[in-house]
Design a protein around this ligand. Structure first.
Ligand code: EPU
Length: 415
């Protein structure tokens, strides 16, 4: 794995352009195989998770090209093959192939998906969705064999608004006969992006973005064009960087509404921002005030920004509290922040951050994607040099992060 060195304390000024959303793109790419014609998807981020999905597409027999963010997928010659474990275990989103293949062929064999080790991350709700549509699920040695003689619309009530289970159920339901209703569906903008894409192919989905999604199955799906929405987590990460070190740092190509839970919290802290239609200009906040935070599904505060914002909380005056309600193991960044000088105590699902504490350079490890983003932010404000090991986790989900930060004034070297 690669490591980087960051020299802290540099002001960030200039413009950062936000890329396409990882968590949308990783669903759109597998969903493309449901189509009978050629699919074009624009604004695909250049991240290693996409490379892994590209590898799976080619393995299945699709013709794929990627040119400057525009991915063209011709799925006409794909075969329903078992995806090797080494590839499917690279990322969580490999299980979107499970549902797309099931929707297309009524049969799929696949291993348990991978993803950041931030909790148990079971897939019971996805399997419940498949069963409600008439599939029979067998599990053997961590491999799932899922078959249906006929896929029929059904009523699915999700125990929690799971992003993955909502998308997986949609991907099967578009090809199931009759009406499917998903209740307690996830409302994330990525779900809307996937539903719009499927509707462009000829699917009949209504209600995406609300907690009740209705899908009327169709027999055929045609080729289409779609665009990946801007990445709201990447946006939020750079907004936090701006609150820490910005001098008129401009973040553009964004949908401000998608990061409102963050910008409203920053306003509560006293951070000054100018929010336009598709950009935010942000300046360093000298004395941010402490706040209390709790992660929730959209439109609540995203768990994926919980670790990045912890760095900012170390610079707030007073005691901030942060509760993680989605994942059991998403505080692996905390010991490293403490090593750098923070004063954070973990108690169960909550952390208490006493600030402000100056941070100093240290040797730390990116244990997962967003922990890595948190540590990059910490290194940017720390006195001296910070070495971050295992930076590959970050490259899975942030397009050209080192280049984007260097372009606005950060001093980073890859080793
Ligand atoms: N859950 C279950 N059973 C299920 C599905 C989920 O118990 O069948 C639980 C999970 O263990 C978790 C919660 O429900 O505690 C939410 O999980 P969800 O299914 O919503 O998450 P996901 O689809 O696995 C996506 C993103 C995550 C992001 C979450 C929440 C992708 C590829 N991943 O994961 O992104 O944190 O939604 O918004 O879209 C990241 O980008 O760093 C990342 C981890």
């Amino acid at each position: 794995m690669k490591q980087i060195k960051i020299e802290g304390g540099r002001t960030l000024t200039g413009t950062i352009k936000i890329s396409g959303a990882k968590n949308s793109a990783v669903a759109l790419v597998p969903a493309s195989i449901l189509s009978d014609g050629i699919v074009k998807i624009d604004n695909i981020p250049n991240i290693s998770d996409i490379n892994a999905l590209d590898e799976i597409l080619r393995y299945l027999g699709a013709k794929v090209s990627l040119d400057n963010g525009l991915m063209t997928i011709n799925p006409k010659e794909i075969k329903n093959k078992k995806i090797p474990k080494e590839v499917s275990s690279k990322l969580r989103a490999s299980y979107y192939f499970m549902s797309a293949l099931l929707g297309k062929y009524k049969h799929v064999e696949m291993y348990f998906p991978g993803g950041c080790k931030i909790g148990a991350r079971p897939i019971d709700q996805t399997l419940k969705g498949f069963e409600a549509l008439g599939a029979i699920v067998e599990e053997k040695d961590n491999k799932f064999i899922i078959s249906a003689t006929e896929l029929k619309g059904g009523h699915v009530y999700l125990d929690m608004p799971s992003v993955g289970a909502t998308i997986n159920t949609m991907l099967v339901a578009v090809k199931a006969k009759g009406l499917t209703i998903i209740e307690n569906a996830a409302k994330e903008p990525e779900i809307v992006n996937v539903a719009t894409f499927l509707n462009n192919m000829g699917a009949k989905i209504t209600g995406a973005g609300t907690s009740e999604i209705r899908i009327r199955g169709v027999e055929k799906l045609k080729g289409c064009f779609a665009e990946v929405i801007p990445d709201r987590i990447e946006t939020g990460t750079y907004i936090i960087a701006g609150a820490l070190l910005g001098d008129n740092l401009r973040i553009e190509n964004i949908i401000p509404e998608h990061v409102e839970s963050l910008t409203l919290k920053l306003k509560e802290m006293g951070v000054k921002m100018k929010i336009g239609n598709s950009y935010i200009v942000i300046n360093k906040c000298l004395k941010p005030k402490h706040v209390n935070l709790k992660t929730l599904g959209y439109p609540g505060f995203p768990t994926d920004l919980q670790q990045p914002i912890t760095t900012l909380l170390t610079q707030c005056t007073g005691v901030s509290t942060l509760e993680e309600t989605i994942y059991e193991n998403r505080f692996q960044n905390v010991p490293y922040l403490n090593k750098m000088g923070a004063n954070i105590k973990i108690s169960g699902k909550k952390i208490k951050i006493k600030g402000p504490t100056p941070l100093k350079g240290a040797k730390v490890t990116a244990t997962d994607l967003r922990a890595g983003a948190c540590l990059i932010l910490a290194a940017l404000i720390a006195k001296g040099t910070t070495t971050i090991k295992d930076i590959d986790h970050v490259l899975r989900g942030y397009e050209k992060i080192l280049e984007k930060l260097t372009n606005v004034g950060a001093k980073i070297t890859m080793e």
